[in-house]
Ligand binder design. Sequence first.
Ligand code: PHE
Length: 357
Amino acid sequence: METPDQLRDALLKDVEAANSTEALEELRISALGKKGRITELMKGLGQMAPEERKAAGQALNVLKGEVSSAIDVKKAAMADADLDKRLMSEQIDVTLPAAHEETGYVHPISQTIDEIVGIFGEMGFTVAEGPDIEDDWHNFTALNIPLDHPARQEHDTFYMPGEDGKRKVLRTHTSPVQIRTMTDQEPPIRIIVPGRTYRSDYDATHSPMFHQVEGLVIDKTSHMGHLKGCLIEFCRAFFEVDDLPVRFRPSYFPFTEPSAEVDIGCTREGGEFKIGHGDDWLEILGSGMVNPNVLSNCGIDPNEYQGFAFGLGVERVAMLKYGIPDLRTFFESDLRWLRHYGFRSLEVPGMVGGLVR
Ligand code: PHE
């Protein structure tokens, strides 16, 4: 039979040679397990004479301690080495650009609104908002559209019951936020208002819910020249054509006087539509000097203050800029469409970063 010393030498050599945690575990079982080599030796103690048994027992206990602590030390060293190896192989270079693995895309409407807000933000406008469900006063009356005014019919309004028998409307444009802002704030005012609007209409260029961006500037000196400069600048920045022709065509809105519709130059040669120099025009904005009646309705003295307002349809300019042929597709939640027309979430539009995709 092996002596404890021989066994120690053999086992410690095995520990030394083991090159995996699994091998170490096997070794532990074969030495210290129920049928292990040390355990077997321990079993032999029973047949020994008492004085012999004492010395042999002590020697075996020492052996047991030595072997099991050698295994533990080796195991810990191996775990450390494993961790070091993993840390080396899993190094992340934080200076690398972010991987484009996103599956979600920014909807073209959100992107277009961000772009418009980016451009007017650079000009010093701040964003204002108002409720989708409006009352007659804010959506029509205060905007100089009295009850019997034909514009009320033109807007194809969705009406809904309100409190005290007074009906509510789903706002037909973002212009009621002009009223809310002028009633709540002292001039000078310089706001843009992106938001949802509603009209009962549905075809390739109309959806019952659509988006507008309103603009309003009120102070003591802003005049038609400022309106023109501001909107020309916007059109050129938004469509990214530096010398884009912009035309102001006399028009009528009850809440502005004088009023102008804004057209941009385009060509439709050979069935291909292009924004820029050409022989054709395309309407994209409504605008005008705020009607003095509107100022009075909001408690602002028209003899002291003046300013201009404008409104544009977000879907319309998004369709033009990004070549989207049917307005209804914006709201069909078709993922294939979104993958095609959507924008990457990390590419935030701005004047500096560039508005281009
Ligand atoms: N509210 C108008 C519309 O919806 C647009 C507009 C806004 C025109 C502000 C002039 C000034 O058609």
